[in-house]
Design a protein around this ligand. Structure first.
Ligand code: ADP
Length: 541
């Protein structure tokens, strides 16, 4: 027997519709590439989004066609999103930090028909324009006055939508229609496309708005520093309109001074970004003796939080830190580190230890840890193994079938992370499967070593990789980027690890580099590091 309830397809256009009807005057504030601050609101963004839809329909864009953006976080970028997704076209956010050849490869693989981008990226597009096989229309986020010269025949965004009809029908398709496309940078092989559906995005949004997840409401002012091309700004470009929270868009400027200025002047209550952004902000705050009186909560994810960042926010600035784990394939939020009720009143060290873990899955995300034979590991907070995930907003495969079948016989997706779970579902990542250092058959957590090493005041960044060893197969090498003006010694760095890790985990050597290479989403690029040290021999070998 079927229930007798209305068929109300879960399509993302309804999130912006909600904002227009319920919170029309809530603002979206953008720092443009020029540095100028511009203000708009949900009612206006809604109308402009409809005009984007009109422009796309006039270009001949149809259900399922891909429209790409190469854009910073901005109100115009939001309009492009909703204008595209509202008519059932697929919004493809390209990460501009990828190598230009990779951008061309991705745009061709996705068969993007329209490319809308910020002026910052004009040189990249000019350089690859002859390689772009499918893009017919180029649109630049500019008006008539600030439109840069170009050889693409590009149109300025403001003119592209100006005067167009707002009378366009949205959401007239099934909820499992493709909605967004996001390629994971992929440390091996070509990037693969994760193809979100309207339903998966709406369900992810509903889940992440709740109190034990990001917990936001219409009275919040949210600053997503995490870019909209990094897994949908962790869903914020959908959950903010869904709740009516005001948005502050940082554009291209993500340095400490620029972020502080927005946090302060716009009285931001919630913000989100990867750890590197917060290192820069905290440094700026200290140097200038500043406080964060308005900020209530900071969501940190993408890579593990170093303890010094966690403690600085919580103890020095009284800001609640929510450590989050996820992947492009998980929409992206998989776990969030709000404190479980039984630890709310625990002492500070217990609470901080809990928050250093990656957190607990919200409803809608199932986690499981298995050993190499697929046996489920006990939820004891110790036994680690492969982390598997299943849920309504988890990828079931990649665009065009790349990578083949990615689900096991029970429908679980292997995250490639190595983790443990405790009896309350708290998940702790101990490594990425491909980064694990295996010494004498036992795992050494590179993340643990790195986190402790970056806690040393003379260290700016640290990475541990496995190096071939004739007896142990692999032993850890610790690679250090010194803090500005500092020159730590091997002994100092190793001393900072003493007593905090098992003795046999102690790296066999420490090497210093000018700069630890970072990948396109700001994480340490271990592939490159391994390449840099491929001819290196350990002193113990
Ligand atoms: P990419 O590999 O292209 O950077 P993602 O952005 O999807 O792709 O990265 C997902 C991976 O990032 C996870 O599988 C995990 O290894 C790592 N990660 C994300 N958040 C955290 C976190 N809070 N702690 C540790 N690792 C994390």
């Amino acid at each position: 027997m079927k229930g007798i309830m209305q068929d109300w397809p879960l399509t993302v256009d309804k999130l912006l519709e909600q904002a227009r009807l319920i919170n029309p005057t809530r603002e979206i504030v953008t720092r443009r590439v020029s540095g100028e601050i511009v203000r708009t609101n949900y009612a206006a963004v809604y109308d402009h989004s409809k005009q984007v839809s009109s422009a796309l329909l006039d270009e001949g864009i149809q259900l399922g066609d891909r429209v790409a953006t190469l854009g910073w976080n901005s109100a115009r970028h939001m309009e492009t999103w909703y204008g595209t997704m509202g008519i059932g076209a697929v919004l493809h956010t390209i990460n501009p930090r990828l190598h230009p050849d990779q951008i061309a490869w991705i745009a061709n693989h996705a068969e993007d028909k329209v490319l809308v981008f910020d002026t910052t990226f004009l040189p990249i597009i000019e350089a690859i324009k002859d390689k772009l096989e499918t893009v017919k229309t180029f649109v630049i986020y500019a008006g008539a006055d600030d439109m840069p010269e170009n050889t693409l025949g590009a149109v300025p965004y403001d003119l592209w939508i100006d005067g167009r009809s707002t009378d366009v029908r949205w959401g007239d398709f099934p909820e499992d229609t493709a909605c967004g496309l996001c390629y994971t940078s992929g440390t091996t092989g070509n990037p693969k496309g994760v193809l979100y559906s309207h339903r998966s995005n709406v369900l992810h949004t509903l889940v992440t708005m709740s109190k034990d997840a990001m917990g936001m409401g219409a009275d919040d002012v949210v600053l997503p520093v995490v870019p909209m091309f990094h897994a949908n700004a962790w869903g914020l470009a959908l959950s903010c309109p869904g709740t009516g929270a005001s948005m502050v868009m940082p554009g291209a400027q993500m340095d400490g001074a620029s972020i502080y200025e927005l946090l302060d002047s716009e009285k931001v209550t919630i913000t989100a970004a990867v750890p590197t952004v917060w290192l820069l902000l905290l440094q700026y705050l200290r140097e200038n003796n500043l406080k964060l009186p308005h900020l209530k909560k900071v969501i940190i994810g993408g890579s593990a939080i170093p303890e010094n960042i966690l403690r600085a926010f919580e103890q020095d600035f009284e800001v609640d830190v929510i450590h989050a784990w996820g992947m492009t394939e998980t929409s992206p939020l998989g776990t969030l580190g709000t404190l479980p009720p039984h630890l709310m009143d625990a002492d500070i060290d217990t609470r901080m230890a809990q928050k250093l873990k990656q957190g607990r899955p919200p409803f809608g995300v199932e986690l499981k840890v298995v050993d190499d034979e697929g046996n489920e590991q006990p939820r004891d907070g110790k036994s680690s193994g492969k982390l598997l995930v299943r849920g309504a907003a988890i990828a079931a495969g990649y665009f065009k079938g790349d990578g083949g079948n990615v689900l096991d016989e029970n429908g679980f997706f292997d995250t490639g992370d190595v983790a443990n779970l405790d009896e309350f579902g708290t998940m702790q990542i101990t490594d990425r499967a491909k980064d694990v250092i295996k010494s004498g058959g036992e795992w050494i957590s590179s993340i643990d070593i790195e986190n402790i090493a970056v806690g040393h005041p003379k260290v700016a960044n640290a990475a541990a990789i496995g190096i071939y060893h004739p007896k142990w197969d692999e032993r850890p090498l610790l690679i250090i980027q010194a803090a500005e003006g500092e020159s730590p010694t091997k002994e100092e760095v190793l001393a900072s690890l003493e007593g905090k890790i098992a003795k046999w985990w102690t790296p066999d050597d420490v090497q210093f580099v000018e700069e630890i290479p970072l990948g396109a989403t700001g994480k340490i690029n271990k592939l490159k590091l391994r390449e840099m040290f491929k001819d290196y021999t350990l002193p113990t070998a």
